[in-house]
Design a protein around this ligand. Structure first.
Ligand code: ARG
Ligand code: ZN
Length: 874
């Protein structure tokens, strides 16, 4: 087995040679691409003794020619060793010319230069550039790039790369060329090129200092009408970053290109972002509200990287969260400003608490700044992104908005043009605040989700209230012992009439700084027994427990001024019931919902119009994934059954209310993507979902009517899901066929169509999924299709994936083995559900382990898949 070595943060050494400039030339020919690269190399003054130049190059990379100062070097000076090309000895300053040949049409890994339909494009982060040419492919080597593209003019009229276009011309044989120059030194992972027959939406932006920036979003001609939303988002993001962070855009042109074949969401290449079509195209007819919001936040995310990532980049890949955690925090703050902040917060926390907490509890658990890896692609994780963002948010909370802004100003100013570490980021925060953040930095080095146990005591005579906080953190791989974290615990206290106490700070919310394993906080002048509202706005990524009674949770749900905590009180109320019902189900008892629980929902429905977006969230039961994450032993059948039972019972008990709220929120005007309208649709479709749980022909007619008459994908899709997952089998088939006929030429809509079927919880899902893999709209090379069918089935259809005969596990292992040959990054990502085997009962554990073992026993795995499987079996 060709196993790649483990790389350790502690082994980091600075680069011995720097590259003053790189001039690239790409000849895009019919069968292959010839790449010439001219490097101006200079030994770093810190290493006067160094004679060996180390270049990275993927094992498959074809070296055609090499010249050092114009001469072919003696073959004894050049050695290829694994992923490296070594030249030794080399002079202090020299020119190096390298010619390589690539086969983009055969590149199914979608790293380096590849074809997406008829378009050439690149993905270089993290280590794709080494599939293009031999180069020090590490983020701390920054250079000035110029790129010439040469291609057939008719097939590839548009030739793009980073920076500004500086020269172009025509050649014989119908070919043409364009040269691009990027004045900002950058690491190779930010390099990009695009060649194709593309249409473009153009606009411009005037920066705060009055410079004009041309904005161009490219896509296939048929998708031109789907680019407006991304353009608006881009302009909003540019303005927001000026206003909130004082960051202006730096080049004269900003380009985004939409491609259909893409491993991830999008990529922040300098001046030339490349996007998965799913994250940039949006049109009311074909895109749901969730899709619109995703486009807005990903466009903003990639734009924000221009400062947090590009101008200041990472020293090495262990520092990935330096740019990703910070940039996710920035895009979350942007979305909160564009929409409802508490609703946005609930969405973020839901992801963190289900998927990231599950990662922390599994075999791939790692700190926000990992200490080692085999394949860096495996570390583009929820921990690095979402928990990393939560860590930056805690700094913002601890220091306050104003000091935090001073800190980011200092960070950008001090490190502009540099490749730095998370320690440098925290140092800037220390310098502006005068605080010692040594203990806080444990968030970067310790993995796992901390537990907070909170107890309290009220002394009526002394009018004193005491909150005691105990923290602990469970062991994670390679970290059995943990030391206490420093975290902000935001609290409020409620009076018996629901009014908040004014606390010592003069505010109704107070920030407690937890730093010790056990700590008691004292509130004076508390003249009646208070009810605490803890961890407001989810001020730290922890699991907090406090022994609330049901009645207290209902009280918080009604009175807490913190929108997030109101929602969370509702979730806790439901979670308790879920846990009891799961036990009843496992004992074979009949299930029932208590009357006061139903009454709580009735009240929520009664007031739903006051804040429709928040109400839709409050009226949604904890997801199966969240219930699983919180279970001692995951029983997917019980979880599914209980949740469905609760839905159906709530639907029955409150049928007329669901119907009334549904009808009250019928939209009159044409579709608009405004917040109020999104909220209205969200609440209305939540109601439709409950009504459809009743298997009543009258409600079926309602859903069908909504499907036929809606003018937008949000409403049409909600109706589709509700019918397709219902007990009305013939109607389900009919509506799916109708949807297919209507949208078969819209690739992104077809992903949704595939996904509805893969996530259908009714029996027989696996055989339907296997049929989908044969369907003409499926494409086994396209990551979006793989995600819509295989990943959706294995991750969002637990009751079928975990079938007792292990058919789901075998299916997944079969496809991982196939995909590993084609696209290792995607194959490794698909493994996630199998890695969680320890969370299940012994029978399932054995079945899941057996499939992991089967994968590893085949040998000859990619480093990506090998790393995940071997760590999971440990
Ligand atoms: N930097 C990109 C972002 O904005 C993600 C790139 C991920 N690439 C990869 N090969 N894993 O989040
Ligand atoms: Zn990013």
């Amino acid at each position: 087995m060709s196993v790649k070595p483990v790389i350790y943060l502690k082994d980091y050494t600075a680069p011995k040679f720097q590259i003053d400039s790189i001039a690239l030339r790409f000849d895009l020919e019919a069968e292959s691409t010839r790449v010439t690269s001219l490097l101006k190399v200079r030994r770093h003054p810190d290493f006067p003794e160094a004679t060996q130049l180390q270049l990275d190059g993927h094992e498959s990379l074809e070296l055609v020619g090499l010249r050092l100062n114009g001469q072919v070097p003696d073959s004894s000076l050049v050695r290829r060793q694994g992923e490296q090309l070594l030249l030794d000895p080399v002079p202090e300053v020299f020119d190096l010319e390298i010619e390589t040949r690539l086969y983009p049409a055969e590149n199914t890994a979608l790293e380096g230069l590849y074809l997406s339909d008829d378009m050439y494009c690149t993905q270089c982060e993290a280590e794709g550039f080494r599939r293009i040419t031999f180069y020090p492919d590490r983020p701390d080597v920054m250079s000035v790039f110029s790129t010439t593209l040469v291609a057939d003019k008719a097939r590839f009229p548009i030739l793009l790369s980073n920076g500004n276009p500086v020269e172009q011309g025509d050649l014989d044989g119908g070919r043409h060329w364009v040269t691009w120059q990027d004045p900002f030194p950058k690491p190779a992972y930010l390099f990009a090129l695009v060649a194709g027959d593309l249409s473009c939406l153009e606009d411009h932006f005037i920066t705060a200092s009055g410079r004009r920036v041309a904005l161009q979003i490219y896509a296939e001609r048929k998708d031109l009408e789907k680019l407006e939303h991304a353009m608006t988002a881009l302009k909003n993001a540019m303005r927001w970053d000026e206003q909130v962070y004082g960051r202006e855009y730096d080049l004269d042109i900003y380009m985004i290109v939409a491609v259909d074949f893409f491993n991830m969401g999008a990529m922040e290449n300098k001046g030339l972002n490349i996007f998965n079509t799913a994250c940039v195209l949006a049109h009311p007819r074909t895109t749901t509200d969730a899709g619109f919001q995703r486009v807005e936040s990903v466009v903003a995310h990639e734009y924000f990287h221009n400062w947090s990532g590009n101008r200041v980049t990472c020293r090495d890949w262990f520092q990935l969260s330096l740019k990703e955690g910070f940039t996710v925090f920035r895009d979350q703050s942007f979305s909160a400003d564009m929409h409802s902040a508490p609703v946005q917060r609930v969405d973020e926390v839901a992801i963190l608490r289900t998927a990231q907490f599950a990662e922390d509890a599994g075999p791939m658990a790692h700190p926000v700044r990992p200490a080692s890896f085999i394949e860096i692609s495996n570390f583009y994780t929820l921990t690095v992104y979402e928990k990393g963002a939560a860590v930056v948010r805690m700094l913002h909370t601890l220091l306050g908005a104003e000091t935090f802004r001073k800190g980011t100003d200092l960070y950008f100013d001090r490190h502009d043009g540099q490749a730095v570490t998370t320690d440098d980021f925290v140092k800037a925060m220390e310098d502006v605040s005068g605080r010692d953040l040594t203990q806080f930095k444990r968030w970067y080095s310790q993995a796992g989700t901390p537990r907070l146990e909170v107890t309290d005591e009220y002394d009526a005579v002394a009018q004193r209230y005491l909150l005691t906080v105990r923290q602990s953190c469970p062991p994670t791989p390679e970290q059995s012992e943990k030391v206490p974290f420093h975290l902000p615990l935001s609290v409020g206290l409620l009076r018996a009439d629901g009014q908040p106490f004014i606390l010592a700070t003069g505010q109704t919310t107070q920030l407690l700084e937890v730093t010790q394993a056990e700590q008691t906080f004292c509130f004076d002048g508390i003249d009646e027994q208070p009810l605490p509202s803890l961890l407001r706005d989810f001020s730290a990524p922890v699991k907090l427990s406090y022994a609330y009674t049901q009645q207290q949770l209902r009280f918080l749900l009604q009175h807490d001024e913190d929108g997030f905590n109101r929602w969370d009180a509702g979730q806790q109320l439901s979670m308790r019931l879920v846990q009891q019902l799961i036990e009843s189900f496992q004992r074979g008892e009949a299930l029932a919902l208590p009357k006061d629980y139903i009454d709580t929902w009735k009240a929520l429905l009664q007031n739903a119009s006051e804040d429709p977006a928040m109400s839709a969230l409050l009226l949604t039961l904890p997801s199966e994934a969240y219930i699983s994450e919180n279970a001692a032993v995951i029983d997917p059948v019980a979880i599914h059954h209980v949740r469905q039972f609760m839905r159906k019972t709530l639907a029955e008990a409150l049928e007329s209310s669901w119907l009334r709220v549904y009808q009250q929120h019928d939209g009159e005007q044409a579709y608009s993507p405004e917040a109020a309208e999104i909220a209205r649709r969200s609440l209305r479709n939540t109601c439709l979902g409950y009504l459809m749980a009743l298997d009543s022909p009258a409600h079926l007619a309602l859903a069908q009517q909504q499907f036929e008459t809606s003018d937008n994908m949000t409403d049409q899709f909600a109706a589709l899901v509700s019918v397709a997952h219902s007990g009305f089998r013939d109607s389900a088939d009919d509506i799916l066929t109708e949807f297919l006929n209507q949208w078969q030429h819209e690739s992104l809509v077809m992903n949704q169509w595939l996904m509805v079927q893969s996530t259908d919880p009714r029996p027989g899902a696996l055989s339907r999924v296997k049929q989908l893999l044969e369907h003409p709209v499926y494409d086994s090379r396209n990551p979006n299709k793989i995600r819509a069918v295989i990943a959706a089935f294995c991750q969002q259809n637990a009751v079928n994936f975990h079938a007792e005969d292990a058919s789901g596990y075998r299916f997944l292992a079969d496809h991982i083995l196939l995909l590993d040959k084609q696209n290792p990054q995607i194959a490794a990502r698909l493994l996630t559900p199998l890695t969680r085997w320890r969370r299940y009962a012994p029978a399932r554990q054995a079945q899941m382990q057996a499939q992991l073992q089967r994968i590893i026993d085949t040998g000859n795995l990619s480093g990506d898949v090998y790393e995940v499987v071997s760590k999971s079996l440990k």
